[in-house]
Write a protein that binds this ligand. Structure first.
Ligand code: PMP
Length: 289
């Protein structure tokens, strides 16, 4: 089936030229986006994604193009037209279309694009085996808490990771602390079994999966410490993992070619992975021990 996208009130073929040359997203990366998971036809954590989208827009002073309710309806209709029940939804909002000028247009009308695609979730084997990551110096801008479409540094880092046969690139700050991945949050489990992840702030994106994992850990009585950790700590940790809407809870078994612990996914990570998948309707709740 040919893929259908939503662009400013119209449903169009994905290959149609529907976005204008003077779209500020195209010209300046002046816009934000969201990525939402759909499982069995249900949009997961929709309210949280909507809230993050509204926050990102607010921080950049972009007026939301439609109400939250209308956006929900558009997303559902786009899914229906594409016949998808397990999918990833991309919502992109740019400041609008205007003659090229760095200054905000006087009366901008934000452009809204919604696309969906078949779920690219990791396979059972990938989730079991975990993944390798590299580390890179963080070259991104100072407001990583905004889900901006300006992703050049993330693109370069992810490409470097892929060329090294790795899934992710962990962004290291000037003090040697691990911030997050290029498209996921970064975690370790210390020798006391505590979860450690970078605190919220302008250095990282507040992941929806991150928030879910913190809630699940607390329910299980697992302590969570939100503080930066060093690369050395990660290499000496009992376990490491990454989280995102599409990568779920993914064990990290190798960093820069060095094994984390015994090079196998750890038990805390796997328990969280199972709980998360069950909570998101991806496996039966009875599969969680
Ligand atoms: N950090 C960055 C830089 C990301 O791009 C993503 C993916 N959107 C995440 C973290 C994880 O966020 P979420 O759990 O909401 O997908």
């Amino acid at each position: 089936m040919a893929r259908t996208a939503y662009v400013n009130g119209r449903y169009v073929g994905i290959k149609e030229p529907a976005v204008r040359i003077e779209d500020r997203g195209y010209q300046f990366a002046d816009g934000v986006y969201e990525v939402i998971k759909v499982v069995g036809g249900e949009l997961r954590d929709l309210d949280r994604h909507m809230a993050r989208l509204e926050r990102s827009l607010g921080e950049l002073r972009i007026e939301p193009p439609v109400s939250r309710r209308a956006l929900g309806a558009v997303i559902r209709e786009t899914l229906r037209r594409n016949g998808l029940k397990n999918a990833i939804v991309y919502v992109q909002v740019s400041r609008g279309t205007a003659p090229r000028n760095h200054l905000f247009p006087r009366a901008p009308r934000a452009n809204l694009v919604v696309t969906v695609r078949r779920a690219p979730f990791p396979s059972a084997a990938e989730l079991q085996d975990g993944c390798a990551v590299i580390t890179v110096a963080d070259q991104r801008w100072g407001r990583c808490d905004i889900k901006s479409i300006s992703l050049l540094a993330n693109v370069l880092a992810k490409q470097q990771a892929a060329e090294a046969g790795c899934r992710e690139a962990w962004q290291i700050d000037e003090k040697g602390m691990v911030r997050e991945g290029s498209a996921s949050n970064a975690w370790i489990v210390d020798m006391q079994g505590r979860l450690i992840t970078h605190p919220l702030g302008p250095e990282i994106l507040g992941g929806i999966t991150r928030a879910r994992v913190i809630e699940m850990a607390k329910e299980e009585g697992v302590e969570v410490i939100e503080r930066p950790f060093t690369l050395d700590e990660a290499l000496e940790a009992r376990e490491a993992f990454l989280t995102s809407t599409s990568s779920l809870v993914m064990p990290v078994v190798e960093i820069d070619g060095r094994s984390v612990a015994n090079g196998k996914p750890g038990s805390v990570t796997m328990a969280l992975q199972n709980r998360y998948r069950a909570a998101q309707g991806m496996i039966a709740k009875s599969a969680v021990t």
